[in-house]
Design a protein around this ligand. Structure first.
Ligand SMILES: [Zn+2]
Length: 296
């Protein structure tokens, strides 16, 4: 059941995004100790006036913090009116994304609403966390701070702790209540959620031994050109990655592009072997869809 969720937490995202040295938010919480009690929850989906999903939420007796991770390379400019995130790459190519400020604002509003509905009073802060160490911020956001993961401990310590809103026991109960109310709702595809342009993703089949996207298909299966690992089923993970990261459907051309395959027949065999739903009237317009269910 966890095959899809594991992909989200695995190194796939970093590998596909071509990011080296990515520091994850949960690593930071595991490494540092804080001078106060806290609970950290990842991938929390709740529902109040609307469904909302938070990458990471940190609860303390004094405040809650929503940490919104973004993995966007290049130079970022946070624009104000309207709120928008514009990214420029080295080659001058520009893209626009929904501003993480809008996402945090919405999540703050919905979370405070959810807190109110269960009788909890707790100030909520928001922060944007950049997981790609090569990102350059040209114009900072105005409403929320933007930090790299290494700065999370300092950021949390600097939030005022003047008023105690609950005791430690109540804080853990609140965490339990959040977990109990969690609706496993993951807004696929994740590229949209993470503000990643799918065209920026590296293609190829990932070697699970060395995390390099350099597997080639041979008679005996997929062979890693880097470490020699052989895996007959490496393509299955790549196809699942497509559905988790990029789109609701895949066709033969997209499969060849994403898996770096030359042969129409090979791609066709792979797609037909994955238990996907086939739609279309001819070889040329066939598309394949993943069947999402509660478990995935
Ligand atoms: Zn390898």
């Amino acid at each position: 059941m966890h095959a899809m969720k594991e992909l989200i937490h695995s190194k796939v995202q970093a590998a596909r995004a071509g990011v080296n040295g990515e520091v994850r938010v949960d690593d930071v919480f595991q490494k540092y100790s804080f001078p106060f009690e806290y609970v950290v929850l990842h991938d929390v989906s709740l529902e109040s006036r609307g469904k909302f999903q938070m990458d990471t939420i940190c609860l303390t007796q004094y405040f809650a913090v929503i940490l919104e991770s973004k993995n966007i390379g290049g130079s970022l400019s946070f624009k104000d009116n309207p709120l928008q995130l514009v990214r420029e790459l080295d080659d001058g190519k520009m893209d626009a994304f929904e501003s993480p400020e809008v996402q945090i604002e919405r999540n703050k509003y919905l979370l405070s609403d959810w807190f109110r509905s269960i009788g909890v009073e707790l100030p909520i802060y928001g922060v944007i966390v950049l997981s790609n160490p090569k990102t350059i911020v040209v114009n900072s956001p105005h409403k929320f701070p933007i930090i790299f993961p290494q700065t999370i401990p300092v950021f949390l310590r600097n939030i005022p702790r003047a008023k105690v809103y609950m005791d430690v026991h109540q804080m853990h109960n609140l965490a339990k209540e959040i977990v109990a109310s969690h609706r496993s709702y993951i807004p696929y595809p994740m590229c949209k959620r993470w503000s990643i342009d799918p065209r920026d993703l590296l293609t190829g089949v990932l070697c699970e031994k060395c995390d390099k996207l350099v597997m080639v298909k041979r008679k005996n299966g997929w062979n890693c050109l880097n470490c020699g690992h052989v895996d007959r089923h490496a393509h299955e993970k790549a196809i699942r990655e497509w559905f988790v990261l990029i789109g609701e459907s895949i066709n033969n051309r997209q499969c060849r592009y994403f898996l770096q395959l030359d042969s129409f027949q090979s791609a066709s065999r792979i797609l037909n072997s994955m238990g996907l739903v086939r739609e279309g009237t001819s070889k040329s317009n066939t598309i394949y869809k993943w069947i999402w269910d509660e478990k995935s």
